[in-house]
Design a protein around this ligand. Structure first.
Ligand SMILES: *[C@@H]1O[C@H](CO)[C@@H](O)[C@H](O)[C@H]1NC(C)=O
Ligand SMILES: *[C@@H]1O[C@H](CO)[C@@H](O)[C@H](O)[C@H]1NC(C)=O
Ligand SMILES: *[C@@H]1O[C@H](CO)[C@@H](O)[C@H](O)[C@H]1NC(C)=O
Ligand SMILES: *[C@@H]1O[C@H](CO)[C@@H](O)[C@H](O)[C@H]1NC(C)=O
Ligand SMILES: *[C@@H]1O[C@H](CO)[C@@H](O)[C@H](O)[C@H]1NC(C)=O
Ligand SMILES: *[C@@H]1O[C@H](CO)[C@@H](O)[C@H](O)[C@H]1NC(C)=O
Ligand SMILES: *[C@@H]1O[C@H](CO)[C@@H](O)[C@H](O)[C@H]1NC(C)=O
Ligand SMILES: *[C@@H]1O[C@H](CO)[C@@H](O)[C@H](O)[C@H]1NC(C)=O
Ligand SMILES: *[C@@H]1O[C@H](CO)[C@@H](O)[C@H](O)[C@H]1NC(C)=O
Ligand SMILES: *[C@@H]1O[C@H](CO)[C@@H](O)[C@H](O)[C@H]1NC(C)=O
Ligand SMILES: *[C@@H]1O[C@H](CO)[C@@H](O)[C@H](O)[C@H]1NC(C)=O
Ligand SMILES: *[C@@H]1O[C@H](CO)[C@@H](O)[C@H](O)[C@H]1NC(C)=O
Length: 471
């Protein structure tokens, strides 16, 4: 008996495999192998599944991708979020013109990849283990040469390996958009984008209004998201001529995690654990000081202080009545006009998220001292800092006019110091008085350091961040 068992079992599996092989290759759609509503694709390593699903009790059907290897159905991407198929007659197939299309019972295409004309019999769609649905021309299929990929059209979820941000060569901006409601995957009001006005920053918005901003990349991290122990992901931010994007890799490939834009207006990092199932491990905004411009212009937000908002040195509440009632949005104004251009200096604000890029100037090779001199020369310059904090710091970032959305960081061991312009009388015992230009020996030393930094920066253009509070 024992001897017979093995061959029978073997034959059964062989038959099953052949049967599946006849109907379709399990992760692929071709002209002769469409995917009907009652069928699904499963990626080769059984990590993700693609199929039709309904949200809530609706009869509307959407094509989506969800995790295959966990018992809780968790949709990470939807194709036709705003154009569902009514009932179970939908098919995902190769259409005329060689597009991947979803057609309803009447044969109408409700969704299409809109790729340019290809021969229908040479294209195929495949679901990869990364969760990416890729569409390729099989007659021209060198690695990564996709006609279309779902990772270029994100939904509400950022998975490892996805890019959040820009391919500047083709003007593609990849960003997250929330569900409209917990049981409606159509396009919602909340977005999470890398924006290029000023230095690149990530913005969480409800329609046009900002909920939270990351601050600019300071060479190690986003200024507003300081480092904290996180053994799960390796974040990176790439800014080169062709691309500007945020992305992350898993430290351990067996980790199941996702960053999701919740329709309530938060960005959440979820982690799967077989016992506790999905749990939120980070959330943005995390506290009141993360809320954009919480204290209005020229003020700083400090969690733990009572009240949390205070004016910058040399500034006073614009509306003391409002401030007395903890309504801070009108912020602060200068106590008296600066006696510009003399009798001024700077006070150092340590470990803060730098102000928003409303009106700024940047030079990535200047030193902090040159930056200070540059700021002093222009009476509308209100603050300056290093553009990059790697090593001893480099570059010059300075602001004109109002300073908005400054917060004290909770972990601030390696974060930015901002120098705020004040009158001599506000300097107290600080030694930040006006000091005119730099001795010649120091200047040539700067040049040498600058040269070294330039060489080093060139080698590390695509720089990995340390594990941080990244979502
Ligand atoms: C799905 O439905 C079609 C049409 O009703 C049927 O021919 C096919 O066998 C079904 N496939 C599966 C896997 O049930
Ligand atoms: C779906 O239907 C069930 C049973 O009719 C009901 O209890 C539930 O509230 C409905 N859910 C939604 C989201 O409408
Ligand atoms: C969907 O189809 C059902 C049954 O054919 C129909 O009663 C319903 O009105 C349709 N819904 C929409 C939104 O078209
Ligand atoms: C394809 O093009 C149509 C018409 O221009 C557009 O409505 C649709 O959103 C496009 N589909 C995708 C997936 O971009
Ligand atoms: C193969 O793909 C590349 C990149 O999409 C394209 O530039 C090239 O023209 C294609 N070659 C053929 C023979 O279609
Ligand atoms: C966002 O914009 C949509 C569409 O314009 C509108 O219906 C909705 O009320 C807006 N939401 C808020 C919170 O303003
Ligand atoms: C990755 O995680 C799995 C499951 O938790 C664990 O068994 C494995 O040892 C980890 N691998 C490494 C290299 O840490
Ligand atoms: C949105 O956030 C709430 C609160 O954390 C959570 O209960 C809910 O499941 C989230 N929704 C989604 C779609 O993740
Ligand atoms: C979690 O459960 C899945 C499916 O039951 C199993 O394959 C996996 O090994 C489990 N992971 C851990 C870390 O126990
Ligand atoms: C979130 O805010 C709480 C309260 O201010 C703080 O203790 C915690 O460190 C913050 N978490 C992160 C990851 O910054
Ligand atoms: C940046 O500053 C350096 C050193 O002062 C200067 O040589 C360079 O021309 C500046 N670049 C720009 C774009 O202003
Ligand atoms: C100071 O900077 C502002 C903003 O860039 C500019 O408009 C103005 O011309 C500058 N003033 C001087 C004296 O350079």
């Amino acid at each position: 008996m024992e001897i017979l068992h093995f061959p029978l079992h073997f034959i059964f599996i062989t038959l099953l495999t052949t049967a599946v092989g006849l109907s379709r290759s399990a992760d692929t759609i071709t002209l002769s192998q469409p995917m009907r509503d009652n069928e699904t694709l499963v990626s080769a390593g059984a990590k993700f599944e693609l199929g039709f699903f309904s949200a809530g009790n609706s009869s509307n059907r959407h094509v989506g991708i969800w995790f295959y290897n966990i018992p809780v159905k968790t949709v990470i991407w939807v194709a036709n979020r705003d154009d569902p198929v009514n009932g179970s007659s939908g098919v995902l197939q190769i259409g005329t013109g060689g597009n991947l299309v979803i057609v309803d019972g009447t044969g109408r295409a409700v969704w299409s990849t809109n790729t340019t004309n290809m021969a229908s019999d040479s294209v195929a769609a495949q679901l990869l283990d990364s969760g990416n649905l890729v569409f390729t021309d099989e007659s021209n299929n060198s690695l990564g040469n996709f006609l279309w990929q779902s990772f270029d059209h994100p939904f509400d979820t950022l998975l490892a390996g996805m890019k959040l941000g820009w391919d500047l060569r083709i003007g593609l901006n990849r960003y997250l958009t929330s569900w409209r409601d917990s049981d409606d995957p159509s396009t919602g009001d909340i977005t999470y984008k890398v924006e290029l006005q000023g230095l690149p920053q990530k913005f969480l918005r409800r329609n046009a209004s900002v909920i939270e901003r990351s601050g600019p990349w300071d060479g190690i991290q986003f200024s507003g998201l300081p480092l904290s122990p996180n053994a799960i992901i390796n974040p990176e931010f790439v800014t080169i001529a062709q691309e500007v994007y945020y992305s992350y890799q898993l430290i351990n490939d067996s980790t199941i995690t996702r960053a999701v834009l919740n329709h309530s207006g938060t960005l959440q990092r979820w982690l799967w654990n077989n016992n506790t199932q999905w749990t939120v491990i980070h959330e943005l905004p995390n506290d009141s000081c993360d809320e954009y411009a919480k204290c209005g212009p020229n003020a700083v937000c400090r969690i733990g202080d009572a009240p949390i908002c205070s004016c910058l040195t040399g500034y006073t509440p614009k509306s003391p009545q409002e401030w007395a009632m903890f309504v801070w949005s009108s912020g602060c104004v200068k106590k008296k006009p600066l006696n510009c251009p003399k009798e001024e200096g700077f006070v150092k604000l340590k470990g803060v998220k730098v102000p928003d890029m409303l009106s700024y100037w940047v030079n990535t090779s200047m030193s902090l001292d040159e930056c200070r001199t540059k700021c002093l020369k222009n009476c509308t310059c209100t603050a300056y800092t290093n553009a990059d904090i790697v090593g001893k710091g480099s570059g010059c970032l300075l602001w004109y006019g109002d300073l908005l959305d400054i917060r004290k960081l909770i972990q601030s061991s390696r974060s930015q110091n901002v120098f705020i312009r004040v009158m001599a009388s506000d300097l107290g015992h600080h030694k930040w008085k006006l000091r005119l230009v730099v001795p010649v020996v120091t200047a040539s030393l700067y040049l040498a350091i600058l040269l070294l930094l330039c060489l080093w920066r060139r080698r590390t253009k695509k720089r990995l961040g340390i594990n941080g509070r990244f979502i």
